[in-house]
Ligand binder design. Structure first.
Ligand SMILES: Nc1ncnc2c1ncn2[C@@H]1O[C@H](COP(=O)(O)OP(=O)(O)OP(=O)(O)O)[C@@H](O)[C@H]1O
Ligand SMILES: [Mg+2]
Length: 266
């Protein structure tokens, strides 16, 4: 049984940081192998995880098309099979975490093939992983492009601003409009210095968002970033790591709930 988690939100709010740290915590909790999917074309989840990234799915797709064009495919091997094989071999294997980066789409504005591939990859690989965590690009596009389609839990990240929360509200509203199958969605307010202002609390309520966690601005994050140290190595007693506990607990209880009811993801 797989629990698929996706992270969305306005640009620069901390989606990749949160995705990476959650992956780190799930790995520490020995919750089973995790498939990390970097669905942001400007792939950088690998740096948070401290994993090398050689090839993206986009690169492989291009190479495979070129090979096909050049008739390099051996007779009898379907392009699709070769692609599946190459994608499987492009998974970067870490300890308890495997990473797949989607890379850039093939042409301006066209994500269709990339998205179909993402679905196919998740369907093919997900059974081997109890957890799939998808880091998305900023904004709302990934929803209409349907990379955030069948997810169990969506974390919508906002900074501590009314504008950020309003964007989070738009994302939540789109979930219904686009008929996505998102199990639960929660708001995470990141980099909140001194708690939430009454205005921000009102905006959260007006946008009908369920606030799961308020994460602090952690100076250690900037220290790690300055020297390119992977954020998964943040100590467990750092401000940000500690504040992630309720999220991790929610995820673990979500899975237990699914197991108890025998619900199947798909
Ligand atoms: N809680 C935090 N405390 C301190 N710095 C943070 C925190 N969360 C994120 N940052 C910093 O904010 C910047 C943006 O974070 P991140 O790259 O995770 O955002 P993002 O939402 O993934 O951005 P993008 O929209 O470009 O993908 C980074 O420099 C990151 O280190
Ligand atoms: Mg990011």
């Amino acid at each position: 049984m797989t629990t698929t988690i996706a992270i969305a939100g306005k640009g620069g709010t901390g989606k990749t940081t949160l995705a990476g740290l959650l992956i780190g915590r799930l790995a520490q909790a020995k919750a089973g192998p995790i498939l990390a999917i970097d669905a942001d074309p400007s792939s950088n989840l690998n740096t948070v995880l401290g994993l090398p990234l050689e090839k993206t799915v986009g690169d492989i797709r291009e190479e495979t098309s070129e090979k096909a064009r050049a008739n390099l495919l051996e007779a009898g091997i379907a392009k699709r099979d070769l692609l599946d094989y190459e994608i499987n071999s492009s998974v970067v294997e870490g300890v308890d975490v495997d990473l797949l980066a989607m890379g850039r789409p093939e042409g301006p504005g066209c994500y269709c093939a990339a998205n179909n591939m993402l679905r196919a990859i998740i369907d093919a690989l997900a059974d081997s992983y109890p957890w799939v965590v998808i880091d998305n690009e900023a904004g709302l596009e990934h929803l209409s492009r349907r990379t955030t389609r069948d997810v169990d839990v969506l974390f919508i990240v906002s900074d501590a601003t009314v504008r950020g929360v309003t964007t989070a509200g738009r994302i939540a509203a789109l979930l219904d409009e686009l008929n996505t199958k998102v199990g639960r969605h929660y708001l995470i307010v990141n980099r909140a210095g001194n708690g939430l202002s009454p205005e921000l609390e009102r905006a959260i309520e007006q946008n009908g968002l369920e606030l799961l966690a308020v994460l602090p601005d952690d100076p250690l994050v900037a220290e790690f970033d300055a020297v390119g140290r992977p954020l998964v190595q943040l100590p467990a007693d750092s401000a940000l790591s500690g504040a992630l506990e309720p999220l991790v607990a929610t995820l673990l209880s979500h899975t237990r709930g699914k197991e108890a009811t025998g619900a199947h993801h798909r």
